[in-house]
Design a protein around this ligand. Structure first.
Ligand code: URA
Length: 457
């Protein structure tokens, strides 16, 4: 038996060096005990057996294995070191085989880690602290996995000019504007409880909180209870729920003003939260949330169905073949895409794997409803004069009801949140028409619909 002591829970380099030496010495996985603790890097210190000599040819592993291992090491499962070592020693090329149970297990672990990284980015809230040395922003966060150090670069880049500290039960990070340093584990009490910076957040949440659609269960699901206690805006929820009925009217109207003019900041916060969305199961196989984009004072909002294969990879709406068709038609209708806010009814790519391909699958009613939350927030912030739905899924999202395109197409619609809606076909419908003449006519009709919509403005 050999005991390997790593210097920290996220000590990837330590694991890699030890695993390489062990594998080269042909030490089988059951003979290795992995531990984390003091005296890291002190390989084989505990057991009597001498360290294996790292001789023989260099161990070569696929890049995918290294990437998987770098993520899995951050997982909280104590088995992770041994599982990775098993994969390394049996054949690291198995990593390409998605059906392999060990690979699947490790991939799920890597995915949980990535999600936790996203959650930290979305849910960390700084509170302002003023002391003799000036102003510092302090946040308390409890991650599920060992992701804090791996996330440090993100916070340094995002908040480069602030002095900040992120306190967690495992480690604390401190940035003084030039240097990142690490401190010991902290407790919630070490972080300040309230401050004026939170006012922006609280106002934002008050503004987007629509009492007519109050569903506490849904709110809890979106923002896991675990994070509620750290987020200033959630302190408002009780009060908001209590006063809900009285505030039932005029709420949406005041939304934009209530974010104190910081629409951009509110939108960024929203997009970050959406990046960690788990409101429906579509987030699981998708690469990422594809949020809307465009000017936040756009007079027109275009709503598509859901991101396609290319959008899922790029993280941007309408950049694939349907996007090219849309761009062409917008151009022909005299509409500058840069003046339009473009989003989707559903913000994750739904697909069925077929070999190496991912075939588009239509979102169902539950998925459309689950995603309405994000559409409503985008609507409250952008407040476009006109919302144009491309296809039946988008039409359902903007009207809140199922209906056929034929019934809704090309006429002004009163939307449930206020404002005007307009429905036309989806550009990918044009791409699917097998008959060239029918496709050409459908394209002209589509351009005419867009032109008609723009004319309403
Ligand atoms: N189809 C859509 O509905 N939206 C996109 O972003 C891309 C394709």
């Amino acid at each position: 038996m050999r005991a390997i002591t790593l210097s920290a829970e996220d000590d990837f380099d330590g694991w890699r060096d030890a695993a390489r030496a062990l594998a080269q010495a042909h030490v089988p996985p059951p003979e290795v005990v992995w531990r984390v603790g003091e005296g890291g890097g002190d390989l084989f210190a505990v057991d009597a057996s001498p360290p294996p000599a790292a001789t023989g040819p260099q161990l070569r592993v696929p890049k995918a294995f290294v990437e998987l291992a770098q993520a899995v090491i951050l997982h909280s499962d104590p088995q992770r070191f041994a599982l990775l070592y098993t994969l390394l020693t049996t054949d690291s090329h198995r990593v390409e085989d998605r059906a392999d149970p060990l690979v699947r297990r490790l991939e799920l672990m890597a995915k949980a880690v990535r999600r936790d990284i996203h959650k930290m980015r979305a849910f960390v809230r700084f509170r302002e602290l003023v002391d003799d040395t000036g102003t510092r922003f302090v946040a308390w966060f409890e991650p599920e996995h060992h992701i804090v150090r791996a996330n440090a670069r993100f916070f340094v880049e995002r908040f480069a000019s602030m002095r900040w500290s992120i306190l967690t039960p495992e480690v604390s990070l401190h940035w003084d504007g030039t240097t990142l340093s690490e401190g010991p584990a902290a407790t919630r009490e070490d972080a300040p409880a309230d401050d004026p910076v939170e006012a922006v957040w609280k106002t934002y949440y008050a503004s987007i909180f629509n009492p007519a659609r109050l569903k506490t269960g849904a709110m809890l699901k979106e923002m896991p209870r675990k994070y509620w206690k750290n987020m200033p805006e959630t302190a408002l929820v009780k009060a908001l729920v209590a006063g809900a009925r009285a505030r039932e009217t005029a709420m949406v109207e005041t939304a934009r003003g209530a974010v104190g003019g910081n629409v951009e900041g509110a939108w960024e916060a929203l997009r970050d939260e959406a990046s960690a969305c788990t409101r429906c199961p579509l987030y699981k196989p998708a690469t990422q949330t594809v949020f809307g984009e465009g000017p936040l004072d756009a007079p027109m909002m275009l709503v598509g169905e859901q991101p396609g294969d290319q959008e899922d990879l790029a993280g941007r709406a309408f950049v694939g073949p349907a996007g090219q068709m849309l761009d062409r038609a917008l151009d022909e209708a005299g509409i500058d895409r840069a003046r339009v806010y473009v989003t989707n009814a559903v913000k994750h790519f739904k697909f069925e794997p077929r070999g190496k391909r991912r075939i588009h699958a239509k979102p169902d009613a539950g998925e459309i409803t689950a995603c309405r939350w994000w559409y409503e927030q985008e609507l409250a912030l952008v407040r476009p004069k006109l919302v144009v739905a491309l296809g039946a899924t988008a039409a359902r999202q903007i009207t809140g009801k199922a209906a056929t395109i034929a019934k809704l197409r090309g006429r002004k619609l009163a939307l449930p949140e206020g404002g005007t809606g307009w429905v036309t076909v989806h550009p990918s419908y044009l791409l699917r028409l097998p008959d060239a003449d029918a496709a050409a006519q459908a394209y002209l009709d589509f351009v005419a619909d867009l032109r008609g919509a723009w004319a309403l403005l």
